[in-house]
Design a protein. Structure first.
Length: 104
């Protein structure tokens, strides 16, 4: 993870934060900025649950030539429907359209 040079999203640039197993174990959810884009590390996602629940239905996509697990489309739709943020409304419609295309 250190190779990604992550910084805490929304935190002051001079805030000291050591990214190691000990630091990450102190929290559940983290949002970072990296040179290749945003990275969210979520230990619990409402209404789905913990890593095991998400991992059971995860999808794998290549990122920079590496297979990378991501939240499944169905779970992402479920999360966005659950949290009901205005900023997610448009993306929810897009995700539902992607699901329709996938289903033929």
């Amino acid at each position: 993870m250190k190779e990604l040079k992550p910084t805490l999203r929304g935190a002051p640039a001079d805030l000291p934060f050591i990214i190691d197993a000990r630091s990450l174990a102190l929290g559940t959810n983290y949002t970072f900025e990296t040179p290749i884009g945003p990275l969210d590390l979520l230990g619990h996602v409402e209404p789905i649950g913990d890593f095991e629940a998400l991992n059971a239905r995860a999808e794998i996509f290549p990122v920079d030539g590496r297979p990378t697990k991501t939240i499944s489309l169905d779970d992402l739709i479920r999360v966005k429907e659950h949290i009901r943020r205005a900023k997610d409304r448009d993306s929810l419609y897009q995700l539902q359209a992607i699901k329709q295309l996938r289903n033929g």
